[in-house]
Design a binder for this molecule. Structure first.
Ligand code: SAM
Length: 395
């Protein structure tokens, strides 16, 4: 994460600019075919996942210092080690596999697997659900190089399995699942969509037919008639609900930036949370170089918790990333019981600071866990400050 809001964005190479132009033409073709308007969620889906062209489907470098953003597993191996401790507890309780959604570069899979191997507690299989063919290849190359003798345990999936036993982990996945933009304008609830103009893509708002999206928008929008722009992520909720239904026994852990509903749809957050990431800068223009930048929104964890419960799982915990990592045993991992810190330990300490500092990822990032057949409190929540997903009647 930590990014700067620099309005001066570096220009792309001629090849990258060509790539973006081809994707923009593809999206333009779809807008025309759809009757000159597509919802923003479809624009985002094409910009990120259009086969061979979208930001995640094509081959540009996204993660790390030379990419567009840095995620927790890329910042420090301690993130994966803490999840390794949590994984051990879950696997000792229910056995089975680890399923990782959206493994990105494969850094978390590598760290988690190495940690479990060292402890002699390997899962039956390490399943990876990755929508991007390019990222799958990168993950396969990294894991084959790190674990040549165990590569057979890694299995790539095209869809969620019908039944899951074990631990599910998803870091920064829900924020890139295409969401709808909802705009209340002069009291009327509209869906923000994309049209073509001579100058390129532009916003255009349309009435929302009766259905799930309108029902949800009516529920979450703060009272009043003032203009208010926000997001609703029905596809993310559907993913969580399906996963929860498929979970026979075990726990799923979702880590992402976001808030419970009361903070997400706060009256003052009237401009929404849509954010584009390009070369370690962020800005709010999703029409800038489609295919070369990421698009995200914060996660409404109350909606995700509800979806998990609808799928039959119970909520096992909700807290900040900092509390989760510390409760999982971060401090002992960093000190390693050694009072004389080596240089590499010191470096690890400054990376760890990024993971837990309130001004970086520690507070904005939250951890939601849900599961079935887990009776003891999960390690990552045992000494963590619990947070409420919903307002209590006294609030
Ligand atoms: C921001 S990256 C995070 C990568 C990695 N988890 C990390 O922490 O570095 C988002 C990842 O989610 C994947 N993804 C997006 N939608 C997905 C879905 N519906 N199911 C599984 N993976 C998905 C993307 O292809 C990408 O690998």
């Amino acid at each position: 994460m930590p990014l700067s809001a620099d309005p001066i964005l570096p220009p792309p190479s001629p090849e990258a600019a060509d790539h973006s132009r081809r994707l923009a033409e593809h999206i333009a073709g779809e807008i025309v075919a759809a009757g000159d308007w597509i919802p923003f969620s479809r624009y985002m889906e094409l910009a990120l996942y259009a086969p061979g062209m979208g930001y995640y489907s094509a081959g540009s470098r996204k993660f790390g210092e030379s990419g567009d953003f840095v995620t927790a597993p890329e910042i420090s191996p301690m993130f994966g080690k803490c999840l390794g401790l949590q994984a051990r507890q879950i696997l000792e309780t229910v056995g089975g596999d680890i399923l990782e959604l959206g493994p990105g570069s494969g850094a978390l899979a590598a760290e988690l697997f190495a940690d479990l191997k060292e402890q002699g507690k390997l899962p039956d299989r390490y399943l990876l659900l990755e929508v991007s063919p390019d990222l799958r290849e990168r993950q396969r190359a990294l894991l084959a190089q790190r674990f040549p003798d165990d590569i057979g345990r890694f299995v790539w999936l095209d869809a969620l399995p019908a039944r899951i036993r074990g631990m599910v982990i998803a870091n920064e996945v829900l924020d890139v699942v295409p969401f709808a933009l909802i705009f209340r304008h002069r009291g009327e609830i509209l869906e923000r969509g994309v049209v073509l103009t001579e100058a390129g893509f532009a916003w255009d708002d349309a009435r929302i037919p009766e259905g799930d999206l309108l029902r949800r928008a009516r529920t979450v929008l703060p009272p009043g008639e003032y203009d208010y722009l926000t997001e609703v992520n029905l596809a993310g909720e559907a993913l969580v609900r399906t996963l929860s239904r498929s979970l026979e026994a075990g726990a799923a852990i979702f880590i992402d930036y976001g808030f419970p509903e009361r903070e997400y749809y706060h009256p003052q957050r009237s401009m929404g949370t849509l954010r584009c990431h390009y070369r370690h800068r962020f800005h709010g223009d999703p029409f800038f170089l489609p295919g070369l930048q990421d698009m995200t929104a914060h996660v409404d964890f109350t909606a995700m918790g509800d979806a998990a419960e609808q799928g039959g799982a119970e909520i096992l915990g909700f807290t900040t990333q900092a509390y989760f990592l510390i409760s999982s045993g971060l401090a002992a991992l960093v000190s390693g019981g050694d009072p004389n810190m080596t240089l590499s330990r010191l470096k690890a300490t400054s990376a760890v600071h990024r993971l837990i500092s309130p001004s970086e990822m520690g507070e904005l990032f939250k951890v939601l866990a849900f599961g079935k057949g887990i009776d003891s409190p999960l390690l990552g929540f045992q000494s963590a400050r619990p947070m409420a997903l919903k307002l209590s009647p006294d609030d």
